[in-house]
Design a protein around this ligand. Structure first.
Ligand code: ARG
Length: 389
């Protein structure tokens, strides 16, 4: 029997894929990475086996995801088209890497996924698989099957006795991990519709958020968040705590018309409280400690870095080179930033770094001023000379 290793999320699409592949005569082995999804391991096992899988691997990859995928993205302040912190996109190379590993372990010739034929995730997973093992054959049933609408998929699922989660499966297509939640389809396809409050998982609405603001101090060591309010934490724990805190204060909802890799403009709604808080704090600290030229070059490559993640080019040479540059800039990024959270807003309150390039004796308008004003006139004479000429 032909063996296939399927990237399994527990959602509607991949559950239908299990049944589909089994019908096509495959022995279906599922691989499920927990990056912070809404399904628990026992839940995933039950769903995969009842859909027809012969075996399922469930790996808790939250730590690896945080340290090796999310952290480089944070240090790059990676945001796609101003509004998307790339939560879904960042998970794909990790999932694909494990898919390749499990296929090797199981001596399977095929890998499969439940990504749609018009989305980005098919590109990201296929690209990574091809880059890591060009021998593997990739099956993407959603690119070929006849279930082209969510309604027909739900009908198919019912006929195969696949339990449909009574929640958001029906209304939206969602993807959740520790770095954020992506919500699309359903009523959101009509640009006249606002997302309903029940679309969100991490955040409460600004109107329900506390009337009192709350400060949070984030400490970085070389561009890595290491403490919250003075307490040492792993990066994963930092993210989890800030998701809770930010969620309470309605932080991190965005609604984006985005340009997909395949050329379509689509609408996706996101929520990512921890990501937005951390990116804000990290950028503030960089502004304080990086010299002007390094800062401006770093800011100029950040959108490119985000685009590489978006396009599934995580394991590309350019990404590797940009990482080397970013790594070198982060040696100075040590210090503390205090942010005020208030009804969906993140406001910078305090900054401190032993590497601070802000010097009060140069900036002050008070008595302690050390800036040599008398040099300014000569400087301006020379600075203006080429323009006068
Ligand atoms: N548009 C996002 C991306 O391409 C998220 C894709 C998955 N979204 C979803 N709601 N299932 O990365």
């Amino acid at each position: 029997m032909k063996k296939v290793v399927l990237a399994y999320s527990g959602g509607l699409d991949t559950s239908c894929v299990v049944a589909y592949l089994k019908d096509k005569g495959f022995n279906v082995i599922c691989f499920s990475a927990n990056l912070g999804s809404e399904f628990s391991a026992p839940d995933l096992k039950k769903r995969a086996l009842s859909a027809g899988a012969s075996k399922i691997y469930v790996e808790d990859l939250r730590q690896e995801f945080a340290d090796s995928y999310v952290l480089p993205a944070l240090r790059a302040n990676a945001v796609y088209q101003d509004k998307y912190v790339l939560s879904t996109a960042l998970g794909r190379p990790l999932i694909a890497k494990y898919l390749v590993d499990v296929a090797r372990q199981e001596k399977a010739e095929y890998v499969a996924h439940g990504c749609s034929g018009k989305g980005n995730d098919q590109v990201r997973i296929d690209m990574t698989v091809k880059l890591l093992n060009s021998q593997l054959k990739i099956i993407a049933p959603l690119r070929e099957w006849k279930l082209t609408s969510r309604e027909s998929e739900i009908k198919y699922a019912k006929s195969k006795k696949i339990p449909i989660k009574a929640t958001k499966d029906k209304i939206y297509s969602i993807d959740k991990n520790i770095w954020g939640l992506s919500i699309e389809a359903g009523i959101l396809e009509d640009l006249g519709n606002e997302p309903k409050d029940n679309a969100y998982i991490f955040t409460q609405s600004p109107k329900d958020a506390p009337d009192n603001s709350q400060n949070v101090e984030i400490e970085f060591a070389k561009g890595i968040p290491v403490k919250i309010n003075g307490k040492k934490k792993t990066f994963l724990a930092v993210i989890e705590e800030l998701n809770k805190l930010g969620g309470k204060h309605a932080i991190g909802r965005t609604d984006l018309i985005e340009d997909r890799i395949v050329g379509i403009k689509s609408r996706e709604v996101y929520e990512a409280p921890a990501a937005w808080i951390l990116i804000k704090a990290h950028k503030e600290l960089e502004s304080l400690v990086l010299d002007k030229d390094t800062l401006s070059v770093k800011r100029s490559i950040e959108p490119k870095y985000a685009e590489l993640i978006y396009q599934g080019l995580w394991f590309s040479p350019l990404k590797k080179s940009l990482d080397a540059f970013i790594e070198s800039t982060q040696s100075k990024v040590t210090g503390k930033i205090t942010l005020k959270l208030y009804k969906g807003n993140i406001i910078v309150a305090r900054r401190y770094s032993k590497n601070s390039l802000y010097k009060k004796e140069l900036a002050t308008y008070g008595k302690a001023d050390k800036f040599r004003r008398e040099d300014a006139q000569g400087f301006i004479n020379i600075f203006s000379m080429p323009y006068k000429k």
